[in-house]
Design a protein around this ligand. Sequence first.
Ligand SMILES: Cc1cc2nc3c(=O)[nH]c(=O)nc-3n(C[C@H](O)[C@H](O)[C@H](O)COP(=O)(O)OP(=O)(O)OC[C@H]3O[C@@H](n4cnc5c(N)ncnc54)[C@H](O)[C@@H]3O)c2cc1C
Length: 446
Amino acid sequence: MTFIYSREMPVKARPDVLVCGAGLAGIGAAVAAARGGAKTMVVERNGFAGGFFTAIVGSAFDGFVDERTGTPVVGGLVFEMLERMGVVEPGQAPHLRFNVKGDLTWVEMHPERTIPRCDPERFKRAADAIMEDAGVEVLLHTQVADVVAREGHVEQVIVSNKDGLVAIEPQVVIDCTGDGDAAAWAGAAFEKAESLQPMSLHFRIAYVQPTYELRRRCAAVLEKAHERGELGLYAGPYLATFSGRDAYFNATRYPGDNTNPEDWTQAEIQGRKDAWTMFEAWQRELAEFEEAYFMSSGPVAGGRESRRIVGDYELTEEDVRTGARHSDVIVLGAWRLDQHPAGSAGYHDIAWIPPYDIPFRTLLPRDFDNLLVAGRCHSATPGALAASRVTATAMGMGQAAGTAAALAGDASLREVNMGALQTALRDAGAILQAPESDVEVGDPDF
Ligand SMILES: Cc1cc2nc3c(=O)[nH]c(=O)nc-3n(C[C@H](O)[C@H](O)[C@H](O)COP(=O)(O)OP(=O)(O)OC[C@H]3O[C@@H](n4cnc5c(N)ncnc54)[C@H](O)[C@@H]3O)c2cc1C
């Protein structure tokens, strides 16, 4: 059943660059475009920027380092965000080696190899400030609702907010919605895996002191609850802390597609149920939870994988596994092949990989001349996306997309000179070549 609906609506703005979504990629894209001289606007459906770090509440800047050496492989705006949050001193980031053992000011991901944390409230403020300083026009509580495109050219983006439906007429659109909403609604080709990685609703417990030992004990309780049939699918659990006296749990797992409204609704409802089931089991069985308090869930359940926009090049799992080089590299990926299974509970295998190049062509939706995608919805196979979907990589892609959009002006994005783009990125602190390492993939130390 369908019906036709048409109405006149105001054109709210005519920016050079419109960034859709102010998550990791979106912040990178908006700041880079504005610093490149483009009049830039970003629209974000939440009341704050930060995407994964603030809306789902994760903590780890995955993809930030080559884990063989602890050396950063994504620089530029990622460094700047770490500085603005006070995680590192100005100018310090490129010289750090992120192998800090057991220090709770760092996120616990692996006993010996850790990566910097991003406290959600500090991230929100740093995101506000970096965009304000760059002169980005930010419109929060504004959701992309539709796109008008003709012959491979986006003409208007329709957004919905408390003004109702309004149009924005940009020269270039950068889709950083994670789900490729704008690109898909413009008519760009996309793919979706048959079995998507599951969604998760994170939750925060106060008055517990996270340690590796506690993580192990929490996992043992969940395993038993799962065996008894009290708890269905769950992940890990993975723990992070921002104060040393609280724990964020990445532990619920709901299979489905977050671009399907019914699935996403159930991920929230089932996620809350499961989070409380876990919390109550830990309270019953672990002395460490005696004083524990369930502080919050969400804000929202997050989707790890949905639409993958088909670009001029599709990054492959082979590229990722072999550390493939590409002449149009715009950021390095370095996170592991981290494909959460949709059908099994607990921990999953995460194969380690060497740093690999992400080509600019994976940001260019096929058949469009003024549209870019960056972040989780870029052009990659499901196997490749298992590695490239993460935060630092997404922000690096965003920085490249914003820089390219500013360089393109009103020309087609395919006319951007790759040498000029790479020089501009390097000048802005981006890293386009991984430092040498003699540690081979498969080496027990890797
Ligand atoms: C549960 C979970 C755990 C994860 N754990 C980690 C981890 O530990 N470390 C790590 O590095 N990565 C992790 N990831 C991956 C990480 O979230 C992302 O893939 C990464 O943030 C991608 O950045 P992005 O900018 O593409 O998307 P996001 O950071 O999600 O940003 C997308 C932004 O677009 C906005 N948006 C979406 N649709 C619209 C619309 N129609 N209109 C307006 N705004 C819109 C969203 O509100 C959001 O702010 C995890 C993901 C999930 C779901």
